[in-house]
Design a protein around this ligand. Structure first.
Ligand code: C2E
Ligand code: CA
Ligand code: CA
Ligand code: CA
Length: 276
């Protein structure tokens, strides 16, 4: 087993070298990704369970590198956070998503809310509120059509600072939702102090709703608590009719997931809206 241990060790370091080599290459490649038009946005429909209408779209970032191919945001967002590019990329996402929505509204589409994911680093960056205001003005989009998604860990780090930033964002008229709710350091007493508009039930609780009694209980508890706090609830990762039925029976207001649609490029998103 000593021998095994050693083999594991050398295997492990080789893996680490490969992954850090890839990280370095991706970090480098990311610097030119924006200028080379390698980034684009996709939009996933969010459906109201009251009337089955599309009431929103979550903006998700995509990177296609000419050599490395499609790289998941789960892989490159942490790299962008490490090398600082997340600020520039995050602003590009905000600018592109708001511009796209204003184009749709100008074309006569019934307005809906676009939500944009915010990284922790972007959230703490000094001029986030100013930059949001500017971007809205640039695209002459009303603030009420923009929603920002934060994870619990983002708000947990320095709750007092988080409250100030959230207040500043609320003052602009932009809504804030808590992403991946239930997976982070849920500090329910802080939740009460944040001016939050919506909780997004993490997809890990939705996945096994059909068979897992505990997940059912958790989902139901989140919806009830959210209701009691006057918040909206959306469930993500909804893939099956059984999941949908349970969520509806518990009073969940909105859903998002492959059952309705995967994230779509702008053109396909509009086709989806027109036929739904
Ligand atoms: P997230 O914000 O929790 O986004 C939900 C993820 O679940 C997305 O993965 C989405 O494509 C996927 N998804 C949607 N419906 C279903 C479903 O029914 N089943 C399953 N299994 N998955 C579903 P994606 O697009 O790969 O994004 C991964 C993560 O990367 C996001 O998780 C978010 O944390 C981050 N991310 C994506 N775009 C951005 C961005 O513009 N800025 C920042 N800061 N982070 C982003
Ligand atoms: Ca999200
Ligand atoms: Ca999520
Ligand atoms: Ca997530």
């Amino acid at each position: 087993s000593k021998r095994e241990g050693r083999n594991n060790y050398s295997f492990f370091t080789k893996e680490m070298q490969i992954s850090s080599k890839r990280n370095l290459e991706l970090s480098h490649a990311l610097r030119t990704a924006l200028n080379n038009n390698e980034l684009h946005l996709v939009y996933q429909p969010q459906i109201s369970l009251h009337n089955q209408e599309v009431i929103g779209a979550e903006t998700l970032l995509r990177w296609t590198h000419p050599e490395f191919g499609n790289i998941s945001p789960a892989e490159f967002i942490p790299i962008a956070e490490n090398n600082g590019l997340i600020i520039e990329i995050g602003e590009w996402v905000l600018r592109s998503a708001t511009k796209q929505l204003q184009i749709w509204i100008d074309e006569g589409i019934k307005p809906f809310v676009v939500s944009v994911n915010l990284s922790a680093i972007q959230f703490r960056h000094a001029n986030l509120p100013e930059s949001i205001s500017e971007i809205l003005k640039e695209n002459s989009l009303e603030a009420k059509y923009l929603e920002l998604e934060l994870t619990e860990s983002v708000t947990a780090k320095d709750p007092h600072q988080a409250i100030e930033i959230i207040n500043a964002i609320n003052e602009i008229g932009v809504k804030i939702s808590i992403d991946d709710f239930g997976t982070g350091y849920s500090n329910l007493s802080h939740l009460k102090k944040f001016k939050i508009y919506k909780l997004k039930i993490d997809q890990s609780f939705v996945q096994d709703i059909k068979d897992d009694q505990e997940d059912r209980a958790i989902v139901s508890a989140i919806i009830n608590m959210s209701d009691a706090l006057g918040l909206k609830t959306i469930a993500e990762g909804v893939e099956t009719i059984e999941q949908l039925q349970y969520l509806r029976s518990q009073g969940c207001q909105e859903v998002q997931g492959y059952y309705f649609s995967k994230p779509l490029v702008a053109e396909d998103f509009i086709s989806f809206i027109k036929k739904s």
